[in-house]
Write a protein that binds this ligand. Structure first.
Ligand code: ZN
Length: 316
């Protein structure tokens, strides 16, 4: 009976100060220790929530401001955290050079889709929480000395899924690139086609690729940048047809998820399956580019492709 009371007391005390329980006898010996423990405790209490983020790879606590300044890359182990489309654009383009296209385009619920939640409610909810109209931002901006048609996806909006708005915005971007003679750069992150839009969503795969084919016909470069995660319908369409396909380190890239593949093939999957590093070895991806080097590498690649395009045109 007394033991039960004791345990209860200890449990109750845990949240207050567990350091008090062990040594009631030697008060002199515990004196120097007490403030130490008390100090760490109060330090913990002083940290307001939402100011620190724990790195899932190396478990370091990173100050959010530091993480933002480091483009959401862990300063200790270089783990790439998800980053919003706007932050990414800000980090890539020259100040005030980005002219957004089709900023107000929003999805309609053509199928009147209702599942666990109605599609239209989901759209409204995500528009409110993310401040985005849909899962991609497109526009023309300057990266270093080059003007480029830039599309950046955002995973925080319905898993970066591609519905008619994502497909249409990207298609218009590519067509603008073709018309204005600009290279196209698309930074992808997506769970795939948006199932709420059924066939309309799947049609975007063909539409974006067709627009890219016209862009390629006039020998303009298209650089596809894959970030964590780029999968399914997006990977199976515009994301995998770049003249150059580059990816951020440690990104998961593939069509179907590893569990589905394992169940279907009944085979053990190799280590590192569907990661950037694995796919570079197998030739699907041309280069691994850390986020912090992305801007200078894109400038270099556009330089290179533009220069060779000039040579090709001269030779023809
Ligand atoms: Zn880390």
């Amino acid at each position: 009976m007394s033991t039960t009371t004791f345990t209860k007391k200890t449990l109750g005390l845990e949240t207050v100060d567990p350091a008090v329980t062990p040594s009631p006898a030697s008060s002199d010996a515990t004196l120097p220790k007490k403030p130490k423990l008390g100090a760490t405790k109060s330090k913990k209490r002083e940290i307001p929530e939402g100011l620190w983020t724990k790195c899932p790879k190396c478990a370091t606590m990173i100050f959010d401001k530091e993480l933002d300044e480091n483009l959401k890359v862990c300063p200790k182990c270089s783990h790439h955290f998800p980053i919003g489309a706007r932050e990414r654009i800000n980090a890539l383009v020259e100040t005030c050079s980005f002219e957004e296209m089709d900023a107000q385009m929003v999805s309609v619920d053509a199928l009147k889709f209702t599942g666990v939640a109605a599609y239209i409610d989901k759209l409204r909810e995500y528009q409110k929480t993310t401040g985005l109209k849909d899962a991609v931002i497109t526009g023309v901006g300057k990266i270093g000395p080059h003007r480029a048609a830039i599309g950046v996806m955002d995973f925080s909006f319905l898993g970066g899924s591609m519905g008619s708005v994502v497909g249409e915005k990207l298609t218009r971007l590519i067509e603008a690139g073709t018309e204005k003679g600009l290279p196209v750069i698309i930074i992808s992150t997506s769970g795939g086609a948006r199932m709420y839009e059924g066939m309309f969503s799947l049609m975007q795969m063909a539409k974006t690729c067709a627009a890219l084919a016209y862009h390629a016909r006039v020998k303009l470069p298209y650089i596809s940048v894959l970030t964590h995660p780029t999968t399914a319908g997006v990977m199976a369409s515009f994301a995998s047809v770049g003249d150059l396909i580059i990816a951020e380190p440690g990104a998961m890239i593939g069509f179907a998820g590893p569990r589905v593949i394992k169940d279907t093939t009944q085979a053990e999957l190799p280590a590192g399956f569907q990661t950037t590093e694995f796919l570079v070895d197998r030739g699907l991806i041309d280069a691994i580019v850390p986020r912090k080097e992305m801007k200078e590498r894109l400038i270099y690649y556009v330089d290179f492709l533009a220069e060779n395009r000039g040579k090709l045109a001269a030779g023809a």
